[in-house]
Every structure is written in C-alpha cells, then in structure tokens.
Design a protein around this ligand. Structure first.
Ligand SMILES: Nc1ncnc2c1ncn2[C@@H]1O[C@H](COP(=O)(O)OP(=O)(O)OP(=O)(O)O)[C@@H](O)[C@H]1O
Length: 313
C-alpha cells in the first residue's frame, strides 16, 4: 500500500519554478531517499508534504485520502535541517510540550518520553536547558521530539549532521526499527554513502524536476556498465589476456578490472581463464555507487539544459 502519492506537484516563488511538476509514490514502511544538488527543490517539496506550504498545483494523497494538513499533521514527524528547539526551555518540558502539540495526552506523552529517554540513556538531560547541550545532544533530543507521537510518515532532513559515529549508528538503527514497525521514512541528505546504507528507494531531483526514481538495487542495475573484478591465482602473460570478450580497465597485481563487450557473457570471462588453466580466485560484478549515478545524472541534465538554452548575442 502507498502511504503517500504525489501527483504533478508544482510550487513557484514568483516566476521561479522551485518544484516543477513532480509525481511519485512511497510505499508504507519504505525508507525513501530524496536527493538532489543544492537548490534542487527538496526543502520546498518537503514543506508541501508537511503542510507548511500549499502547492500551487498538483495533488497529495496521504494514507488513501486527499492530504489535509490540519488533520494529517499529527501523523507526520518532520525534522527540518534548521533545528527548531527552544534554547531556554528545559529538555523534558520541551519534549512534553512538542508531544502534546502532536495530539498526545499528557499521560501518553510522559510515557513515550520515558520510553525514548530510557532507550537513549539520557534521563539526566531532562532538567537541562537545551542551551546547555552540545549540538549532537540537541540533535538527539530533536530526533526524539520528532518520533514521540509515533508518526506514520517520518521526514528527516540531514538527520546525522553533527552526530559522532556512535550516535549516528544509534539513530540509524532506530530508523531501521521504525521502518520495520511500518513507519514510512523520507530521508533527505547529500551524504551518498548513507543513502546506500539506509534507503531502499530513491528519487533524484534537479532544478525542480524529477530526474530519477526507483529502488536502490534497481537503479544500480540500470546504470551498471559491464564491469567485473577478476582475481587470478597466477599472473597471465599479455598473450594469455588477449580476447575480444573483454577489455582490461585496471590491473592490481593479479586482480583485474575488466569491461565485458556487448556480445559476450560473464561465462566467457571465466571460460577464457579456465581454458588456459589459469585459476580464478574470485569474480565479482562492479555496480555503480549511488554517488556515481547522482553525478552522472545531474551532469547529463545540466548538459541537456545548456544545449537547449537560448544563445545570447
Ligand atoms: N523563500 C524563497 N523565495 C524565493 N526563492 C526561494 C525561496 N526558497 C527557496 N527558493 C529557491 O527555490 C529553489 C529550491 O530551493 P530549496 O530550498 O527547495 O532547495 P534544496 O534542494 O532544499 O536545496 P539545499 O540542498 O541547498 O538545501 C532554489 O533555487 C532557491 O533559491
């Protein structure tokens, strides 16, 4: 089931098209990565999904019905990139206030706060002012404040900024746990290695438009280039490497990166060595990283834009 369906969404700042006809859907429980270079329109899009902005055009369907920001906001948790805790308020008092704003009773809020503060072992922070916490500690409080009301849709904008590796790991595990329990997560970041580790689906936007949308595994398959790593037990001489089935791209000792030619198959690579009695110690397909796909796609749209731009005389 899709928790969110977005259809032909548009948002303009005067004449500038910040979000320009974007459509996509997100399955319940998915961890969906929203990617794009600076100024692509991600924040504008997230603000429409959280009811902060109304779209100029298009439709958002949330949990099977037309999105109603006033009613649905209690089912959404949004951790924006600019953090929004009140600096002079005590941590406990503040989390209680934020949970009640999201519709929890005082009793429910207190019990949820206890659960999360125990889990993160931060009970001693309860009576501290936000001001007295480090940036990373504030980040943890902000994360807790975003999930206290058990949102159906959790939107996290750069949730790991300022966190050390241990705290990043803790938050990452919580993201996985929440997804397993059925929470749908939109995760916006510029850190591509985190996208590979965390997301099951990604959407890439540039200049307000969607340029790629699919499962992480599917996108890696779509952009693969027939590259393989072959490890050999003995060093072949140049004549033993010569074949029309593949080209050698890189050599490291007895390990080779090869590019398969279009009419050949992976078995042709293996047979090439086996027939010559050269032992194959390992064989692995090299898939592109999401970072490589991101750079390739963004560059491609920039080049296409340059070609269609009017020539100034
Ligand atoms: N309040 C505003 N008024 C006018 N233009 C705006 C406003 N907010 C954003 N923009 C413009 O809209 C475009 C999209 O901005 P947005 O903040 O949504 O991008 P982003 O993808 O979140 O970028 P970043 O990764 O840098 O945070 C940019 O060109 C930006 O300059």
């Amino acid at each position: 089931m899709n928790l969110l369906e977005v259809s032909h969404l548009k948002k303009y700042y005067e004449t500038h098209k910040a979000v320009d006809d974007i459509s996509f859907s997100i399955q319940q429980g998915s961890i969906f990565g929203l990617l794009g270079p600076n100024g692509a329109g991600k924040t504008t899009l997230l603000r429409m999904l959280t009811g902060i902005f109304y779209p100029d055009e298009g439709k958002i369907t949330f949990n099977g019905h037309p999105f109603d920001p006033e009613k649905d906001i209690q089912y959404i948790g949004y951790m924006p990139e600019e953090r929004g805790l009140y600096k002079k308020m005590m941590v406990g008092e503040q989390t209680l206030y934020l949970a009640q704003l999201k519709g929890l009773s005082k009793k429910e809020a207190t019990s949820s706060i206890k659960y999360w503060f125990d889990k993160f072992d931060i009970n001693s922070w309860y009576t501290k002012k936000v001001d007295e916490l480090s940036k990373g500690m504030q980040q943890k409080v902000q994360f807790i404040s975003t999930v206290l009301h058990k949102p159906k849709l959790l939107i996290l904008d750069e949730p790991f900024t300022g966190l050390d590796p241990i705290n990043s790991e803790m938050i990452k595990q919580e993201i996985f746990n929440l997804s397993k329990e059925g929470t749908t997560i939109i995760f916006s970041t510029h850190r591509m290695e985190q996208v590979e580790e965390i997301c099951d689906h990604i959407m890439l936007v540039n200049k307000g438009q969607k340029i790629l949308d699919g499962s992480v595994a599917g996108i890696k398959q779509e952009f693969k280039q027939g590259l393989f790593k072959v490890g050999l037990g003995t060093m072949p001489n140049p004549a033993q490497m010569a074949t029309w089935h593949f080209n050698i791209i890189e050599t490291h000792d007895k390990a080779f990166t090869v590019k398969l030619n279009e009419d050949s198959t992976t078995n042709d690579i293996l047979l090439h060595f086996i027939r010559q009695d050269i032992p194959v110690t390992y064989f692995e397909e090299i898939l592109p990283t999401i970072n490589e796909v991101f750079i390739k796609q963004v560059k491609q749209t920039e080049e296409a834009d340059l070609k269609t731009a009017p020539v100034l005389s």
